[in-house]
Write a protein that binds this ligand. Structure first.
Ligand SMILES: Nc1ncnc2c1ncn2[C@@H]1O[C@H](COP(=O)(O)OP(=O)(O)OP(=O)(O)O)[C@@H](O)[C@H]1O
Length: 469
């Protein structure tokens, strides 16, 4: 939702992480607030989406899940009509997504202002939307919350799809082209834009994320052309009934070809609903269509130099990887303050190297170090009389990156960790932040440690030139 009249900034000229000057509130949604900000070194305008601390149980719409989904989705996507994620920053209490700024605001406001849009403009925006959706699907990302409020505009009035907080991702292990196998079960989205099979998921045992997004594109096309929703009712059950039936009435100015395409998009049966390929062949969509431009738009964008002008050295791990590669691995501890008996941090080393070093140092101190566990590695360090001192769990994130979880007993365990094992394990290899020589991406060990415990940089990519539809 856009803030009318502009909200107050979080605090006057507040600069976060030493490089983003926070400005006015651009909008707020269920899970986050979005601020205008200026990247101080380059002066470039950005949008900073601020999520609260995700210390919460998993769920479809709450903030914790939402930002992980959004990061995971956006890191796969580089497309001129999808909002670009520049950087992820985190403090103990908040996660910040630094996003490309959409200077033109929400498409929704444009439709509200003008009542409805002329047919040629509908076609241009719809093509841009379909190109973004087709590209996302080809990269295994299903948006699941497509609606005009999530469609932003840039300065030139071109479309930018945003808010992937409800997206579903096909696991990278599944092969390309098996979209049909990704049957989803979670009911997400905004009722007026949600496909009938999503509402009926309990009966069908799942739905196809690609077909559900295509339905939402149909609702959006209808809204652009009509200026009102195809299915609307203050009573939710009546609304659902209208959606199941798929009955809609196009305004009188709708041309026959557009009417036919809308009917094929708003087909309540996902099996007979038009596919992306069908849309490309549709006469209304295909009018003056440039197939070469389309093909180019489906290619991932190339990388571009860092906006700060510094050479960018891509590292194997950054905070962003920590979050988005963490499926199945509980990294919630990374967002909690370290306590005196427990902490977690990441190391840019293979699991085996870490455990070997732990054994080496531990034995040098006359301690027993036992390896155990199958999930990742657990190493238990015991004192000479067999009393428990430390438990370390070392999880593999990538071949050369691991997360270490430490639990220690009070007294001897704590001093052993602080004075010997901790420094020996962390050594000089703790993952360092991009653009800073001193900051470390490990959790702070002591209360005096800075509140920023990691940040990362995400490659910016060039938009292919002349590829706007
Ligand atoms: N990149 C951006 N550039 C400009 N404005 C933006 C940007 N991203 C978001 N906004 C504004 O902030 C509002 C809220 O953002 P967004 O929809 O991403 O938040 P959310 O909490 O994920 O929403 P939801 O309630 O749909 O989950 C948007 O509707 C839009 O007005």
């Amino acid at each position: 939702m856009t803030e009318s009249g502009g909200g107050a900034p979080p605090s006057p000229a507040k600069v976060i992480f030493g490089k983003y000057e926070m400005g006015r509130l651009l909008g707020r949604g269920a899970s986050a607030k979005v601020y205008h900000a200026r990247h101080c070194p380059s002066g470039q305008g950005v949008a900073v989406k601020v999520f609260p601390n995700p210390r919460r149980p998993a769920g479809c719409s709450a903030a914790g899940d939402s930002f992980i989904r959004e990061i995971s989705a956006l890191r796969r996507l580089r497309h001129p009509h999808i909002i670009r994620l520049h950087e992820v920053l985190a403090s103990r209490s908040k996660v910040y997504l630094v996003l490309e700024l959409a200077k033109g605001g929400e498409l929704f406001s444009r439709v509200e202002d003008r009542g409805h849009l002329p047919e040629d403009l509908c076609r241009r925006l719809f093509r841009q939307l379909v190109s973004a959706v087709a590209y996302s699907h080809s990269r295994g990302v299903f948006h699941r919350d497509l609606k005009p409020e999530n469609l932003l505009l840039d300065e030139a009035g071109d479309l930018k799809v945003s808010d992937f907080g409800l997206a579903a991702l096909r696991s990278s292990s599944s092969s390309e082209g098996d979209d049909g196998e990704l049957l989803l079960h979670t009911q997400c989205g905004t009722p007026a834009y949600v496909a009938p099979e999503v509402l009926a998921r309990k009966m069908t045992g799942g739905y196809d994320g690609a077909k559900a997004d295509i339905w939402s594109c149909g609702v959006i096309l209808f809204v652009l052309n009509a200026g009102y929703l195809p299915f609307n009712d203050p009573n939710l059950m009546s609304l659902y009934r209208k959606i199941y039936r798929g009955h809609h009435r196009c305004p009188r100015w709708t041309t026959p070809n557009l009417r036919r395409l809308i009917a094929r998009l708003l087909d309540p049966n996902p099996d007979t609903r038009i596919s992306i390929d069908g849309i490309l062949r549709d006469p209304w969509f295909a009018r003056d269509f440039d197939a070469d431009q389309w093909t180019a738009l489906m290619q991932p964008c190339e990388d571009a130099p860092d906006p700060s002008g510094k050479p960018h050295h891509r590292r194997e791990l950054n905070a962003f990887d920590l979050i988005s590669f963490s499926a199945g691995l509980d990294l919630s501890g990374l967002f909690e303050e370290a306590t005196s008996d427990r902490e977690r941090f990441a190391l840019a080393e293979p699991v085996d190297t870490i455990v070997n070093r732990l054994e080496h140092v531990g034995r040098g101190e006359g301690l027993a170090v036992r390896r155990e566990g199958e999930k990742g590695f657990s190493a238990v360090v015991e004192g000479q009389k067999g009393d428990f001192l430390l438990r370390l769990e070392v999880y593999r994130l990538t071949a050369s990156v691991a997360v270490v979880a430490v639990e220690r007993s009070a007294g001897a365990g704590e001093s052993l960790w602080n004075e010997k094992l901790g420094p020996a394990l962390r050594g000089p290899v703790t993952v360092e932040a991009e653009h800073t020589n001193t900051a470390r991406r490990s959790l702070p060990r002591k209360k005096s440690a800075p509140s920023t415990f990691f940040h990362c940089h995400i490659d910016r990519a060039k938009s292919p030139r002349n590829l706007r539809l």
